[in-house]
Design a protein around this ligand. Structure first.
Ligand code: BDR
Ligand code: CA
Length: 312
């Protein structure tokens, strides 16, 4: 079977870094490239963090392109130092960075790859949707060529940055609105399930048994992340939001989804950035997003471990 072609659009970020590790060097996927965006930290830092992760994992040939430094319309919100640290990826110690970004900017990279492989490139989005929203506006002809966007963002219940909104969508609701209205098949990994993928100390111990680069990176990332999450939210383990996208693409049975009609609140009120999901299709509008409703947590950790084992 042909490997699924992916582009990972991200803002590393601890959980983005784990998603990157899982997507790369994986027999299920042909990861065409990584694109970066402002989100957990500035674009400069999320790009450095993506490059550091690639270099650490020995992904020398994997293209990394930097994208949008600010949201499409709104004033940039605060970055997430509280849980990702001053660099946006505190914890692991990296060697001097020699890996560089490719010449193409993220939006051009995405447009070119989608046109090169029509209907074969799945976009995995684990940060604010600025690059994707811009790409759809800049080259609308790619809309019909994208088979699926699997993203971490939103929630059909409650938020994590305001009572209504999840961080990635809140960080650029106008971009998310473009994506939700695009007609591209969407799969949403929302907080409703990602908050259940909590990385408890026993999970860190389990992954520490793998003495390869991926195991070491996972452990260093999760020590910092879990500590920070405990401080901010009081949880005993850090939620691995973004890796749920990769786990789902490897084995869709790990996450149950429900078809809903979803729209993004772009009004300036207290619900800005909310993914308003019509769970019961009350309004009779056709479903436009598969929303995750249930996760098999044990299976999820087995998949993460399987990905770690792919490294030497
Ligand atoms: C999302 O926000 C970021 O902090 C994480 O990387 C994840 O993508 C969770 O709300
Ligand atoms: Ca992220």
């Amino acid at each position: 079977m042909e490997k699924k072609k992916l582009i990972l659009d991200c803002d590393p970020g601890h959980d983005d870094a784990v998603a990157l590790m899982m997507a790369a060097n994986n027999p299920h996927f042909d990861l065409l490239g990584v694109t970066t965006v402002r989100g957990n930290h500035t674009l400069e830092n999320t790009t450095i963090n993506a490059l550091n992760v690639c270099q650490y994992l020995g992904l020398d040939e994997l293209p990394v392109s930097s994208g949008c430094a600010i949201p499409l319309v709104r004033i940039p919100p605060k970055t997430e130092e509280r849980v990702h640290g001053e660099s946006g990826l505190d914890g692991p110690v990296f060697e001097k960075l020699t890996k560089r970004v490719t010449g193409a900017r993220a939006v051009d990279f995405i447009v070119d790859q989608v046109k090169k492989f029509p209907n074969r490139v799945t976009l995995v989005v684990t940060g604010p949707m600025t690059n994707i929203g811009l790409a759809l506006r800049y080259a609308p002809e790619i809309i019909s060529l994208i088979p699926e966007i699997v993203f971490m963002g939103g929630s059909w219940q409650y938020g994590n940055v305001t009572p209504a909104a999840e961080f990635n969508i809140f960080a650029d609701a106008e971009a998310a609105d473009i994506v939700f209205r695009s007609g591209i098949p969407l799969v949403m990994m929302g907080l409703d399930v990602t908050r259940q993928a909590l990385c408890y100390p026993e999970i860190i111990e389990r992954m520490a048994n793998h003495k390869n680069v991926a195991g070491k990176l996972f452990v260093d990332l999760m020590h910092f992340f879990s500590m920070a999450q405990k401080k901010v939210f009081g949880w005993a383990g850090g939620p691995l939001h973004d890796p749920t996208c990769i786990a789902y693409l490897m084995d869709p049975s790990v996450i149950e989804t429900k078809e809903m009609y979803g729209e993004i609140d772009t009004s300036s009120g207290p619900s800005y950035g909310r993914t308003n999901c019509d769970v019961f299709l009350l309004e009779g509008k056709p479903a436009n997003v598969k929303v995750s409703v249930k996760i098999d947590v044990d299976k999820f950790w087995d998949i993460v471990e399987e990905c770690i084992k792919h490294y030497n």
